[in-house]
Ligand binder design. Structure first.
Ligand SMILES: Nc1nc2c(ncn2[C@@H]2O[C@H](COP(=O)(O)OP(=O)(O)OP(=O)(O)O)[C@@H](O)[C@H]2O)c(=O)[nH]1
Length: 523
């Protein structure tokens, strides 16, 4: 009958608690690391957005300033052209008017910094009057876009054409022109104000943008008029397929977008704006790399710090988990050692059967159980016959072997889990049979007796020639006020009777205290 006395710390539940502590530790460390990474991500994402927002406001403001400047520049040229056209249409541009016109052209051109010059062309495209002293000679401008535009369009509004090189001095200019009509509205020529591209270049340079930033002025059809950085070969190229002209302008006349340039492929944050009064678009952009340069530096430093912290926490966690694992191992070893000690303390080392200490604990428990359940408790006391002679004949070592063999036979007849085989002392054994009446006890006693006989252990000192045992059985229903000593004494008395009746037999003690039955050996 196994006695379970468990230390709560050594139960499987304790091990489970350790295991869940380990899991909790791993979970906690993983959560801390994840939280750190999450916080870093949130913080970096927030600062990245902030940097982009600031850059967005800056590029919007820049685009607004550029739009204002471009509108002022072109409006002034437009006003000059309007007054000149009015004058020419009233007075004509005959030989008599030319000197006055030339002076007026020159004065107006000098008055506006942005103007390269003012030109009047007749309906064949030949120079009539210019703001320059010398009249240019040549094949004329009938091939120029602005000239053919006015030739073919009756509109008297100012026209801004693609940038071109002046045939006067080769300077890059943006042409602003107006149609000149006769009294009947027929085409009579074109007045042109050339706006210096250098003027815009100077204006663009007055803003501080990063080395990879860009600013440009373009027609609404995407034709590039002026750009910083200035690359001559790019002037006149079309930006129509770029995202600003292709996608953004059709939806909103002003805005911001992070896009890759169609000109140089650099990713920039563009602020763009279409002018209200003229078919022009301005844009200012800072490269993404320069906007985020400080952010990249901060992000790198933060990542290094967080990586070090995560590493530290991970290392600490690893050490902690290792310690817990070592603790679990040590605890398991201790548990095994304690179990071994308990086994030593409660079992006989020679036979492996329960010792008297365990027997007494079991008796205590079974007396209580029997009383509670009103069930019969049986005890068999057995003793090897003529064992002294066996020792004398074969020696103590052989005697020990014999004892172990008999113990095996006894143990083999304890079929129920609650049955307890005990080495009571010397060559005497006891078998405690809970919930068993005297008949059952006698059956088991006989099984033990036969089992020992069946082992056929030679014993010259015994009349039978082999080792036999004598057994005494006693059974009663505990009442709760019973004496353990009396219980053992009665079984012992039955054993005494079996011995004195010739050995190799089982005896039963009746409830009245007398020996009721003797069962002889059948061999
Ligand atoms: N080898 C060995 N002998 C033991 C052990 N314990 C007790 N004995 C011996 O068992 C013998 C018991 O002898 P007795 O009490 O005279 O009984 P017996 O010779 O078996 O005679 P009956 O019981 O009357 O049949 C003694 O000689 C003890 O020394 C043990 O652990 N090992």
């Amino acid at each position: 009958m196994p006695i379970l006395t468990q230390d709560p710390q050594q139960t499987p539940g304790g091990a489970l608690k350790r295991l869940s502590l380990l899991k909790a530790a791993v979970l906690f460390i993983a959560t801390v690391c994840l939280c750190l990474c999450g916080l870093l991500y949130l913080q970096l994402e927030q600062s990245r957005r902030h940097a982009l927002d600031v850059a967005q406001v800056a590029s919007s403001n820049l685009a607004r300033a550029m739009a204002q400047q471009a509108e002022d520049t072109f409006m002034k040229a437009d006003l000059v052209l309007t007054s000149l056209v009015d004058w020419i249409q009233v007075d004509g541009y005959g030989a008599a008017q030319k000197p006055r016109l030339q002076k007026t052209f020159a004065r107006r051109a000098q008055a506006l910094d942005q103007l390269h010059g003012i030109f009047l062309f007749d309906k064949q495209g030949q120079w009539v009057v210019t703001s320059f002293d010398d009249l240019t000679r040549g094949p004329g401008v009938s091939d120029r876009e602005y000239f053919t535009f006015h030739q073919q369009n009756a509109s008297t509004l100012a026209h801004i054409g693609p940038a071109l090189r002046s045939r006067e001095n080769g300077e890059w200019i943006i042409p602003v022109s107006k149609r000149v009509n006769d009294k009947n509205g027929n085409f009579q020529g074109v007045v042109l104000a050339g706006i210096k591209m250098a003027y815009f270049d100077q204006f663009f340079k007055s803003f501080s943008i990063d080395d990879n930033g860009s600013m440009f002025l373009a027609l609404t059809d995407g034709t590039l008029l002026a750009r910083r950085p200035f690359v001559e070969s790019q002037i006149g190229t079309s930006l129509a397929k770029g995202e600003i002209f292709h996608k953004l302008l059709p939806n909103a006349p002003a805005g911001n977008a992070m896009i890759s340039s169609v000109i140089d492929g650099v990713v920039r944050l563009y602020g763009y704006r279409q002018l209200d009064a003229y078919p022009l678009v301005v844009s200012a952009a800072s490269s993404r790399d320069s906007i985020l340069k400080d952010w990249y530096d901060t992000a790198f430093q933060s990542c290094v710090i967080v990586a070090l912290v995560v590493l530290g926490v991970g290392l600490f966690g690893w050490v902690f988990v290792r310690q817990v694992r070592v603790g679990v191992r040590v605890e398991a070893d201790l548990r095994k050692a304690k179990e071994a000690l308990k086994l030593i303390a409660t079992h006989d080392s020679l036979t492996g059967l329960a010792n008297r200490r365990l027997f007494e604990q079991a008796l205590d428990i079974e007396f209580g159980r029997g009383a509670r359940q009103s069930s019969s408790l049986s005890l068999i006391m057995l003793d090897i016959d003529y064992f002294k002679r066996y020792n004398d004949a074969y020696g103590h070592v052989a005697g020990d072997h014999c004892l172990a063999e008999v113990a095996r036979a006894v143990k083999g007849c304890c079929h129920r889990k609650a049955d307890l085989a005990v080495r009571y002392g010397g060559e005497e054994f006891a078998v405690l049979l809970p919930d068993t009446d005297i008949h059952g006890a006698l059956v088991i006693a006989e099984q033990i007796r036969r089992s020992v006989m069946d082992k056929n252990i030679n014993h010259n000192g015994s009349p039978t020639g082999y080792v036999t045992v004598s057994l005494g059985c006693y059974a009663f229903v505990p009442t709760g006020r019973d004496s353990i000593e009396l219980f053992i004494e009665r079984a012992d008395a039955a054993l005494y009777q079996a011995k004195h009746s010739g050995r190799n037999r089982s005896a039963v003690l009746s409830l009245e205290g007398g020996v009721e039955a003797l069962m002889r050996s059948d061999r």
